[in-house]
Design a protein around this ligand. Structure first.
Ligand code: GLN
Length: 459
């Protein structure tokens, strides 16, 4: 895998950091030795994993794709990373991402934009674009990403791999650099559904260091994988197949629904009446929380500090002016506005109310169906530079993914047949809170019947 990284990395730019080769080979040999002498090794022993660069890794740079943290080396591991190490995984490196996880194309990385391994002129999606590109290109077996409004699922869809956003509270956020705390969740990227089930099982569970983690026991996600989808009901909301959905994505997703029906699932038309307001509510809530979370980058305690400033206020201004990129500044300004005196009720509170309406729509739907299916994104991967100057168009890439975050439910994106052998298309399966077992069963049934995973791109 290290050889593969060396060959393809100049093209994909999916990694911001790769650990020292001999150190990694030593760790791998130690695992081989333990295994051959009959010692118990972890479930992920020797499996090369890359970690999104907003998840803290002890002694390994963690930049969040930002100049602000360009030289930050955490003195601790995120809980998810600690659990991966306990399971024996080899942490190979850190994955490229949009700055502070804000973006849908990876073009907001302060360092370099990752590319889509299936077509290097296109984006891999974002913000976990590096995680998805690395797994798709064969640079890692598994990867951790983070999903605030679609950042694991959308790049997984664009790169033809499997991406999971677990239920809010399923995976500890301790050590995840905060973007929007009520929406953020660490998620998994893998080539197939089994990889997702194994990886989620390894990192999930209650953590005293994150009070929002759930006490709910972590089921064995792998043991029920092959129970099929016969007898389960999947809901197809009208609102998810509306204006703006590209016809080729729609036909691929409709074929995926047919695949589930042939595998024994019941298909039912449903409605999410407030679906259209998801993007607006998400971008108000996410930016409001971001403006608060990012206040800590002031040049005093850690991270980038502008030099040569005259006084404290000047230090703040200069540090934040040259430490943050354009999109991050845009979000901080929008979020600060939405929270400011006189506007708070009109924007932030209203968005929270809309958030509840969407969550209510979804829970009503889950009284009738076991899962809701949808496209992951309205289009396939777009070209590098195509939307870079049009933030509103870029935000619309998240039209089908933000609902799961707003409601705190779980969702997976699996590749579905692009038809003409072209660029991948993501098929999204959403389930109610803590119903990941059902989500995996349906995803696996589709994967089996549709013949995934397929090969890696020729790079
Ligand atoms: N693309 C969305 C945004 O820019 C989602 C980001 C995410 O999930 N981290 O906010």
């Amino acid at each position: 895998m290290l050889d593969r990284i060396e060959t393809v990395e100049p093209k994909t730019r999916s990694l911001l950091y790769v650990r020292d080769r001999s150190e990694l080979l030593d760790e791998a040999s130690a695992i081989d030795a333990a295994r051959s002498s009959g010692d118990r090794v972890g479930l992920l022993a020797g499996v090369p994993v890359v970690i999104k660069d907003n998840i803290a890794t002890k002694g390994i740079p963690t930049t969040a794709g930002s100049r602000m943290l360009a030289r930050f080396v955490p003195p601790y591991d995120a809980t998810a990373v600690e659990r991966l190490k306990t399971a024996g995984a080899l942490i190979v490196g850190k994955a490229n991402m949009d700055e502070f996880a804000m973006g849908s194309s990876n073009e907001n990385s302060a360092f370099v934009a990752a590319r889509n391994p299936w077509d290097l002129t296109r984006v891999p999606g974002g913000s976990s674009g590096g995680s998805a590109a690395a797994v798709a290109a064969g640079e890692a077996v598994l990867s951790l990403g983070s999903d605030t409004g679609g950042s694991v699922r959308q790049p997984a869809g664009f790169c033809g791999v499997v991406g999971v956003k677990p239920t809010y509270g399923r995976v500890s956020r301790y050590g995840l650099i905060a973007f929007a705390s009520s929406l953020d969740q660490i998620g998994t990227v893998s080539r197939d559904v089994e990889g997702a089930a194994v990886l989620l099982g390894a990192v999930a569970g209650e953590d005293p260091r994150d009070s929002t983690t759930a006490a709910e026991p972590v089921p064995d996600y792998v043991s029920e994988l092959d129970h099929g989808c016969s007898g389960l009901t999947v809901g197809v909301p009208d609102e998810y197949f509306s204006e703006g959905l590209s016809p080729d994505v729609e036909s691929a997703v409709r074929r995926a629904i047919d695949v589930l029906a042939e595998a024994g699932a019941r298909v039912k038309a449903i409605s999410i009446p407030n679906a259209a307001h998801g993007i607006a509510a998400y971008y108000v809530v996410a930016n409001a929380e971001a403006s608060s979370n990012l206040a800590r980058y002031d040049g005093i305690e850690y991270g980038h500090r502008a030099c040569g400033s005259r006084d404290l206020f000047d230090t703040y201004c200069a540090t934040r002016s040259n430490g943050f990129g354009r999109e991050v500044k845009r979000r901080i300004m929008l979020g600060t506005y939405a929270l400011s005196a006189g506007y708070r009720d009109e924007w932030y509170l209203k968005a929270q109310k809309v958030r509840s309406l969407i969550a209510d729509d979804l829970s009503r739907a889950f009284e009738e169906v076991d899962a809701i299916v949808a496209p992951t994104s309205p289009t396939r991967a777009f070209g590098v530079g195509e939307l870079a100057d049009d933030p509103l168009e870029m935000y619309l890439a998240d039209v089908y993914t933000t609902h799961a975050n707003l409601a705190g439910i779980a969702a997976i994106s699996v590749p579905c047949d692009p038809g003409d052998g072209g660029l991948p298309v993501g098929f999204q399966i959403m389930v109610d809170k803590f119903q990941e077992v059902t989500m995996f069963r349906i995803a696996r049934a589709h994967e089996r019947a549709a013949g995934f995973p397929r090969g890696v791109p020729d790079l």
